[in-house]
Write a protein that binds this ligand. Structure first.
Ligand SMILES: NC(=O)c1ccc[n+]([C@@H]2O[C@H](COP(=O)([O-])OP(=O)(O)OC[C@H]3O[C@@H](n4cnc5c(N)ncnc54)[C@H](OP(=O)(O)O)[C@@H]3O)[C@@H](O)[C@H]2O)c1
Length: 328
């Protein structure tokens, strides 16, 4: 099968479109014929092995253990392992995979897949798993947003941010989005009642008015995040690429957040997404009810996956980019 592979860590020039063996499946696995695959900053981290923390976390010290890039997947079940009960050959599915989704076939664990929302195309569905699950867990489990509260979403036009705006809005939360001027129309169109252009207004320019914030971009210091929050407000730290260091890649803020919150009413908490099918099914319900609509960015053919990764790294993501593997 055709796949985007790499043998060593590096920039996009280590990637090539090649013929590789079809991956085998274990008893709890599902083989998926990939129609579309999402592109997010995590793909760049696994391609480069940066920050070095990625290598220490088990993705491969000298080179990537998984040679095929891409994790978000939407496609059709081609085969199932002996213990799989929720899926059958021919089902439309979406989720995250183990073997790399920039490929014609990919292996996913049953516990990381759900049936594709009927209202979505494969391209739309491929944008959901990593970003949507992260946003859902941030809004629901980390900052615990409820109706009538005020939430600030930093990076509101990007993959995680655009889902966070919509999920919170569906809970009756009043959302303000932080983004560049170019993303302001998108962020308003998905539910934000107010938008801050970060080139003009810093995030504390409205005063300490937000019950919570979800931070996905900019790597602002925790002290600045606190200035936008009410005295009992909560900051959920998802990530951010700007100015991130080679060793921890901005993860320092997530490590520091609980320590700096110990003796304060204001809290800062890390968001560490746990991919699972129950949350994907919750997202399916939100999507099929019309409350959440994926915001698809640029669509690239499989051979152009390296360009998709480079474009995402260059910044200013508007929705989420997709690699189309099977022609529509
Ligand atoms: N903790 C976890 O479990 C987890 C899970 C998924 C992702 N992440 C991390 O979360 C981060 C966001 O991921 P993503 O997929 O949403 O990335 P993305 O799609 O690239 O979106 C980032 C967005 O931030 C905006 N932005 C850039 N600089 C900004 C600034 N200074 N202030 C405000 N907004 C700014 C960008 O566009 P504009 O500048 O045009 O507005 C873009 O829309 C990444 O670092 C990723 O690695 C963490």
């Amino acid at each position: 099968m055709k796949a985007i592979v790499q043998d060593s860590y590096g920039d996009t020039d280590v990637l090539r479109l090649d013929d590789v063996e079809t991956p085998g499946i274990g008893p709890a696995d599902v083989l998926v014929r990939v129609h579309a695959a999402g592109v997010d900053p995590g793909v760049w981290h696994l391609m480069t092995g940066r920050p070095y923390l990625v290598r220490a976390l088990g993705f491969g010290l000298r080179g990537p253990k998984v040679r095929v890039r891409g994790r978000d997947v939407a496609g059709v079940v081609e085969a199932v392992g002996a213990e799989v009960t929720r899926f059958a050959v021919g089902d439309d599915v979406y989720g995250t995979c183990e073997t790399g989704s920039f490929a014609e076939l990919a292996v996913s664990r049953e516990k990381r897949l759900a049936h594709k929302p009927v209202s979505l195309t494969f391209e739309q569905a491929a944008t959901v798993p990593i970003s949507g699950v992260t946003a859902l867990q941030a809004v629901r489990d980390v900052v615990h947003m409820g109706a009538g509260q005020k939430l600030l979403v930093i990076g509101a036009g990007g993959g995680v941010g655009s889902f966070a705006v919509q999920i919170a809005t569906s809970y009756g939360v009043e959302v303000t989005g932080v983004c560049s001027a170019g993303n302001a129309d998108l962020v308003r169109s998905i539910g934000a009642v107010d938008v801050l252009d970060y080139a003009v207004d810093e995030i504390d320019s409205r005063g300490p008015v937000f019950d919570a914030l979800i931070d996905t971009a900019g790597n602002r210091p925790l002290a600045l995040l606190r200035r936008a929050l009410t005295p009992t407000g909560v900051a959920g730290i998802v990530g951010g690429e700007a100015g991130s260091g080679a060793v921890f890649g901005g993860f320092e803020r997530q490590l520091a957040a609980p320590l700096t919150s110990m003796f304060r009413a204001q809290k800062a908490r890390p968001v560490t997404a746990k991919e699972n099918s129950a949350d994907l099914e919750d997202l399916t319900r939100l999507i099929d009810s019309g409350a959440v609509r994926p915001s698809v960015g640029r669509v690239y053919p499989l051979a152009d996956a390296p360009q998709a990764i480079a474009d995402n790294r260059a910044g200013h993501a508007r929705g989420k980019a997709v690699v189309r593997v099977l022609p529509a």
